[in-house]
Design a protein. Structure first.
Length: 235
């Protein structure tokens, strides 16, 4: 089946890699993520990946502690580099060729350069975009949107714990209504908390479609890139 989206940005949270407490690294979870990336790769997808750092550090979890916002965000960016290195090694182990590029920690990983990164994608390499935007005050959702645009991605896949975007938290409200489709304007107006407003605005201004889907259900990522109805499409 022909792919609707050939070059994709896959954004997953750091919690995807964590243990049951939501912290640290669970290597079975890392292997599962690597396997799903390989499945997409085998379909012919060119894949860029952003992994959050919340399993190690997140500003909002530590906002009341005695550390400045800029420094807290720097710790968070370095946490994404650590997660990127873990995923990098897991992909190599299953014979998928990855590259890890970052706007920070250049002496540890390759410095992000959009031209080189696009070259890696064309050669079938998985590009792990670590280190956020390289600047404080931006979330990894925004980093993923920015890198997706720099890399000419066809779609932004936001992998979550729920099967799409709802008007209320479906875990707290039985009356929560799922949206199959949303315009960017509606997502901004309703402030549905699916991703931060800067990320949505970037995608809106550059007409980059976003699909919010359940990461945990095997096969969802493949359905999304084939253009099958899955999750919530924001466009």
């Amino acid at each position: 089946m022909k792919l609707k989206y050939k070059r994709v940005m896959l954004k997953v949270s750091g919690e995807v890699l964590s243990d049951k407490s939501g912290h640290g690294i669970d290597f079975s979870a890392v292997e599962a993520l690597a396997g799903r990336i390989r499945d997409l790769h085998n379909l012919g997808c060119e894949i860029a990946l952003v992994v959050g750092g919340g399993n190690f550090w997140r500003y909002r979890d530590n906002a009341k502690k005695s550390i400045e916002r800029q420094d807290s965000d720097t710790i968070g960016m370095l946490a994404t580099v650590m997660n990127g290195i873990v995923v990098y090694n897991a992909l190599k182990k299953i014979d998928v060729t990855p590259r890890i590029m970052s706007g920070v920690a250049y002496d540890v990983v390759e410095k992000f350069d959009s031209k080189f990164a696009r070259g890696h994608l064309r050669k079938g390499r998985i590009v792990i975009c670590a280190g956020g935007t390289g600047r404080p005050f931006f979330t990894t959702d925004t980093a993923a949107a920015l890198r997706a645009l720099q890399l000419d991605c066809d779609v932004y896949l936001k992998a979550t714990k729920v099967d799409g975007v709802y008007d209320k938290d479906p875990k707290k409200s039985k009356n929560a209504m799922k949206f199959d489709n949303l315009s960017f304007g509606e997502a901004l107006e309703k402030d549905l908390k699916v991703m931060d407003l800067t990320a949505i605005s970037l995608c809106k201004d550059n007409e980059l479609p976003v699909i919010v889907l359940d990461y945990w259900k095997k096969g969802n990522l493949e359905k999304a890139v084939k253009g099958q109805k899955i999750g919530t499409l924001i466009s």
